[in-house]
Every structure is written in structure tokens, then in C-alpha cells.
Design a protein around this ligand. Structure first.
Ligand SMILES: NC(=O)c1ccc[n+]([C@@H]2O[C@H](COP(=O)([O-])OP(=O)(O)OC[C@H]3O[C@@H](n4cnc5c(N)ncnc54)[C@H](OP(=O)(O)O)[C@@H]3O)[C@@H](O)[C@H]2O)c1
Length: 334
């Protein structure tokens, strides 16, 4: 079988196509034939060495594929089931514990840039029925993070106002989930062309954050005092404006670090608005199962950008770094 292997100290030139024997599942394990994956900013940080790997690593957290063999004692899956990977294979439900989040697919353990993997039977969920592998492969990291932020942390209700930032995979999934929940969505982007896409996907209000550096204040003005929920994508580049955009008593979910990780905060602004800041990391298995059901019921499909073959993984990451994409970049695994 073939897989892409990242060799320390990492970098896109350290991604190599390699071949090895197809692994056999042991007790409680399942072998999956992956058909598609998708790129996340997290994967980019792994392959470029921002999040260093200590030993050779198969990257990519997201996978959609078919159960190909089951080990002894596995009753939950049968050969032919269409499945999704889990970002945190050990976090099945409840609040996060250290033991839940130590294993990260495609980071601290091998990921889905491979034809086959052997995983614990509990480290999978069903795919949405009727979806292509490419569509399903958008869900395990970006969409689950948005789902957890909106449904578990913010508990969005119909009529709530939500701000999402940028046109990457996480932000667009958030836009779609917020609309599914009946919210009014404010969305930002770096370009007017992308703002048009945001409108077509369902955003009610769009703002170009390059042209309007005080976009948080603009959201607060347009919404008559601020929105109930903000999903912060940019860290240093966005958090102050995200707090500015939030209503008194609103939620700002700290998700992204696109603009840097160290942040200076005006605590008076935070205290004055009594904003709740909550950082999150992806989500757990039960949330992924609930999200899959919600997407199935809604009929909403993810926004796909370009596809690349597994062998062209480095090109896919270069394309991601260019920032030209809207939605998810797909990796097809032939
Ligand atoms: N905490 C978690 O568990 C978790 C999970 C998933 C993602 N994330 C984070 O969420 C962020 C997005 O991830 P992704 O996978 O969706 O990335 P992605 O698909 O590569 O999206 C990147 C997009 O974000 C926008 N962007 C870039 N710089 C920005 C800035 N300074 N302010 C606002 N938007 C900016 C750009 O869109 P425009 O040109 O339209 O602005 C860019 O195309 C990353 O920081 C990632 O680490 C966190």
C-alpha cells in the first residue's frame, strides 16, 4: 500500500510517497481503506514543522473511507461500512481530559494520508449517507470544531446572531451550521470576490476585513449592539475585533491562530461587555455522530474547493498557503 510520510524535521519537501505492507487489524481494531482526506490549517502546521513531529509520521487528521477488515471482538462495524476518522480517537464524550486529547490523528499518531490504516473500532463514526468520500472527508476537524463551538458551547438558537471569520473550511462549516440552526450570520473575508461566495452560501451580512480594520465595531453597529456568538479565527489578528463585535454577555469562541498566537487583550473591554471567552479544540465522537445526523437531515452539503491526488500532497499544501481557496481542499486517495 502507499502512504505519504513526513520525515523530521518536517517541511513540504520532507513529505515522501512510500510503500509498505497492508496492516492487519488486531483485537478490537478495524482496517479502513481511505478514499479521501481534506486539508486543515492544523495539518499545515504539522507538515511545515510549526507543530513538530518526533519521528516519521503519516499526516492528515481527516479521512473518509470503507471498513475493509475487522479484528476479533469487533461487533460495531462490518466490512463495507462507510466511515469517518476522529481527530481525537480517545475522546468519545464528555469534557476533555488529558487522556482524551493526547492522541491526535495525523499529529501525535499516524493519520489518513494512506490507502489503509488500522484504528480502534471506537475511533470511527459513520459517514453521512449518500455523501461522496470527498464531501465526508471535510467533517472530522473543521466542521466538528464549528459544530462544537456553535451547538455545545454557544447553544445557538433560532434568531441568534453569529459572526464567522474568513472563508476556510472551519469558517464555512460554521456558516452552514449556524444557518441550519436558524441563526443570522455575519461573515468576514479578505476579498470582495470571496464575500460574494459567502453571500451565495448563505451569509446575511458580509464585511471585507482588509478594507475595514474596525470590522468588529462595524458588526456591533450593524447588529444593533453586537452579536451573541463569535467564532474567532485569527488569534492575534482578530481577537480584539471579535470581542468588539460581541454583544454584552455574548460568547467569543477562541478557535484559530491564523494571525498569530500571542495576544494583547483590553481586559476592561472584556469585563465591560461581560463576554465569555472559551477556547476549544475540535470535539468528541458523540458530537461527530450528532453532526453527521444533522447534516444528513438538513440536506446541506459542504463547500469543496480543488482536489489533489495523494501523491501531490505538497502541492495541495502550497495551494492552501496561497489563501486562494474557499472551503475545503480535498485529497483523493486512489
Ligand atoms: N481549535 C480547533 O480545534 C480548530 C479546529 C479547526 C480549525 N482551527 C483553526 O481555525 C483556523 C482556520 O482553519 P481552517 O482549517 O479553516 O484553515 P483554512 O481552510 O486554511 O482557512 C484559512 C482561511 O482563513 C482566512 N484567514 C487567513 N488569515 C486570516 C485572518 N488574519 N483573519 C481572518 N481570516 C483569516 C482566509 O480566508 P479569507 O481570505 O476569506 O479571509 C484563509 O483562506 C486556523 O487557525 C485553525 O488552526 C482550530
Amino acid at each position: 500500500m502507499k502512504h505519504m510520510v513526513l520525515h523530521p524535521p518536517a517541511g513540504l519537501d520532507a513529505l515522501r510517497l512510500q510503500h509498505c505492507a497492508i496492516p492487519e487489524p488486531g483485537p478490537g481494531q478495524v482496517r479502513v481503506r481511505w478514499h479521501a482526506s481534506s486539508l486543515n490549517f492544523h495539518d499545515f502546521c504539522v507538515v511545515t514543522g510549526v507543530l513538530p513531529v518526533a519521528s516519521p509520521r503519516v499526516p492528515l487528521s481527516d479521512g473518509a473511507g470503507v471498513v475493509d477488515a475487522v479484528g476479533p471482538g469487533v461487533d460495531d462495524w462490518k466490512v463495507g461500512d462507510r466511515v469517518l476518522s476522529l481527530f481525537f480517537p480517545k475522546w468519545h464524550e464528555g469534557p476533555p481530559r488529558v487522556s482524551h486529547v493526547r492522541q491526535m490523528t495525523g499529529d501525535t499518531i499516524d493519520g489518513c494520508a494512506a490507502q489503509y490504516s488500522v484504528v480502534d473500532a471506537a475511533a470511527l463514526t459513520p459517514m453521512p449517507s449518500g455523501w461522496s468520500f470527498a464531501e465526508a472527508a471535510t467533517l472530522p476537524c473543521a466542521a466538528l470544531t464549528s459544530w462544537r463551538a456553535l451547538m455545545s458551547v454557544c447553544r445557538v438558537k433560532p434568531g441568534d446572531r453569529v459572526l464567522v471569520e474568513g472563508t476556510g473550511g472551519m469558517a464555512l462549516a460554521a456558516l452552514q451550521i449556524a444557518k441550519m440552526a436558524g441563526a443570522e450570520v455575519y461573515a468576514t473575508s479578505s476579498s470582495d470576490v470571496k464575500l460574494e461566495r459567502l453571500r451565495a452560501i448563505g451569509a446575511d451580512h458580509v464585511i471585507n476585513y482588509r478594507e475595514d480594520p474596525e470590522w468588529g465595531a462595524t458588526v456591533a453597529r450593524l447588529s444593533g449592539g453586537g452579536v451573541e456568538h463569535v467564532l474567532d479565527s485569527g488569534g492575534r489578528a482578530t481577537l480584539a475585533q471579535s470581542i468588539r463585535a460581541a454583544a454584552v454577555g455574548g460568547n467569543v469562541v477562541v478557535i484559530g491562530v491564523l494571525g498569530g498566537v500571542d495576544v494583547q487583550l483590553d481586559l476592561l473591554a472584556l469585563i465591560g461587555a461581560q463576554v465569555r471567552l472559551q477556547a476549544i479544540a475540535v470535539g468528541h465522537r458523540r458530537e461527530q455522530i450528532e453532526m453527521v445526523r444533522a447534516f444528513e437531515r438538513s440536506g446541506v452539503r459542504p463547500v469543496l474547493d480543488r482536489s489533489f491526488a495523494l501523491e501531490a500532497l505538497a502541492h495541495a499544501f502550497r495551494y492552501q498557503a496561497s489563501g486562494r481557496h474557499v472551503g475545503k481542499i480535498i485529497v483523493e486517495i486512489e
